[in-house]
Design a protein around this ligand. Structure first.
Ligand code: ADP
Ligand code: ASP
Ligand code: MG
Length: 409
């Protein structure tokens, strides 16, 4: 007997038929004698619909109230699934995040999980129930409803698996695993049987929304056995996130390509080039709880330099306002912004032991006449920022250049 946490995304619970199909899959695992905890998303499109509704009242919705509202999507699906399970003759109980007591900090719309009380779930499992938990939501110390950021149900799933020391966390979605890149953009993309935890972390943080980054972080921290599978197929092993690199296997140099259009670029032009400048510019941005991603500071000329960084597009306007104030106070020439950018990244642990990967990436993009606005590298990834209209072309060209459509040994 194993304890399995299964998380189903929005398209897997999109309607009553899909919810029935989930109930049947859960029943199959129960028949095999396993204990099952199910984490659900809202029906696909529902979270977007709720956010749009809020925006009809307030262009920038109050974060506390927005969380009260968007968390309702998951409350609907958990109740429906519990009903469907009971219809199949199983014992089942649904819980909201607060009812479980998934305690988070109070950063509305992007809260972090602090602790999970697993006692109630454990008691239900021991008495033969399927426990159905609303993903994406929690409660803070004051009893306020919080949500975990878009795609946050993945994190609920992995966090519950960690808290319950589950044997496996299965993420069911509309693709049958993690691919070399988003199969919607590159039809030749190939499913990976395994991907290392480190690579998955990079892929997720660089834009592959198949898993929310925080879910991968949780899996790493608590060594949760994590697998991505399709809820639309009965067979298949999906993709297993592994913690060790397989020495026996011929390691692919590049495992995948990630991309995103979620960022915007801000450049402070003509910054006086002296110590403390990066801190002066980015300090107030961090104080406003805005995450900064890529940072480039050019070599100074004639005592001034240019300083460029990227933020999430949602934070672009706010960050521009903050940086303009700073720029004036430090005597910079001007601040420019551009939200028509895309970031494309190649990821692979095999990069560590191979040279010439960057050269091949840059060569491929130059053949396509795509200008690189920013570059950043780490041991296992290279990212470039390009004009967003070239994103798909760049991803396809790189997928082909690195022969990701071909199976490796
Ligand atoms: P869910 O609603 O089940 O959480 P998501 O839409 O959040 O599903 O994530 C699944 C989607 O992630 C896929 O439909 C696919 O378009 C996208 N995706 C992006 N990159 C990848 C990748 N490398 N492998 C598989 N899917 C990817
Ligand atoms: N329903 C939430 C969203 O759309 C959480 C999730 O699906 O993971 O972002
Ligand atoms: Mg998702």
């Amino acid at each position: 007997m194993a304890l399995i946490v299964q998380k189903y995304g929005g398209s897997s619970v999109a309607n009553v038929e899909r919810i029935r199909a989930v109930a049947e899959r859960v029943a199959k695992f129960k028949m095999l004698g396993h204990q099952v905890v199910v984490v659900l998303s809202a029906m696909s499109g529902e979270t977007n619909r709720l956010i749009a509704l809020a925006k009809q009242i307030q262009s920038t919705p109050d974060p506390r109230e927005l969380d009260v509202m968007v968390s309702t999507g998951e409350q609907v699906t958990i109740a429906l699934l519990a009903m469907a399970l009971k219809d199949l003759g199983l014992k089942a109980k649904s819980y909201t995040g607060a009812q479980v007591r998934i305690l988070t900090d109070n950063a509305f719309t992007k809260a972090r999980i602090l602790s999970i009380d697993e006692s109630r779930m454990r008691a239900d499992l021991d008495s033969g129930h399927v426990v159905v938990v609303a993903g994406f939501q929690g409660v803070d110390e004051q009893g306020n409803t919080t949500t975990l950021g878009r795609g946050g149900s993945d994190t609920t799933g992995v966090a519950l698996a960690a808290a319950l020391k589950a044997d496996e966390c299965q993420i069911y979605t509309d693709v049958d695993g993690v691919y070399t890149t988003d199969p919607r953009i590159v039809p030749e993309a190939r499913r990976l049987k395994t991907i290392t935890f480190e690579e998955m972390l990079e892929m997720a943080s660089l834009g592959s929304k198949v898993l929310q980054i925080r879910s991968v972080e949780f899996a790493g921290k608590y060594k949760v056995k994590l697998r991505v599978l399709s809820s639309f197929q009965d067979e298949g092993d999906g993709t297993l996130i592994t913690f060790e690199e397989d020495d026996n296997m011929e390691q692919a140099i590049i495992s995948g390509i990630a991309f995103n259009r979620d960022e915007a670029k801000i450049t402070v032009v003509g910054v006086p080039d002296h110590p403390g400048i990066a801190y002066q510019i980015l300090g107030p941005v961090a104080d406003a709880n805005i995450d900064v991603d890529m940072i480039v500071q050019n070599v100074g000329h004639t005592n001034t330099t240019d300083f460029t960084f990227t933020v999430h597009r949602n934070d672009f306007a706010k960050a521009m306002d903050i940086v303009k104030v700073t720029a004036a106070s430090i005597g910079a020439r001007e601040v420019t912004g551009d939200d028509k950018i895309a970031k494309i990244s190649i990821v692979g642990v095999g990069m560590r032991s191979h040279v010439g990967i960057a050269r091949k990436m840059f060569e491929t993009l130059s053949v396509e006449n795509i200008n690189l606005q920013m570059i950043s590298t780490s041991e296992i990834k290279i990212s470039v920022v390009v004009e967003d209209k070239y994103m798909e072309l760049a991803v396809r060209a790189l997928h082909q250049a690195f022969e990701l459509d071909k199976a490796t040994a």
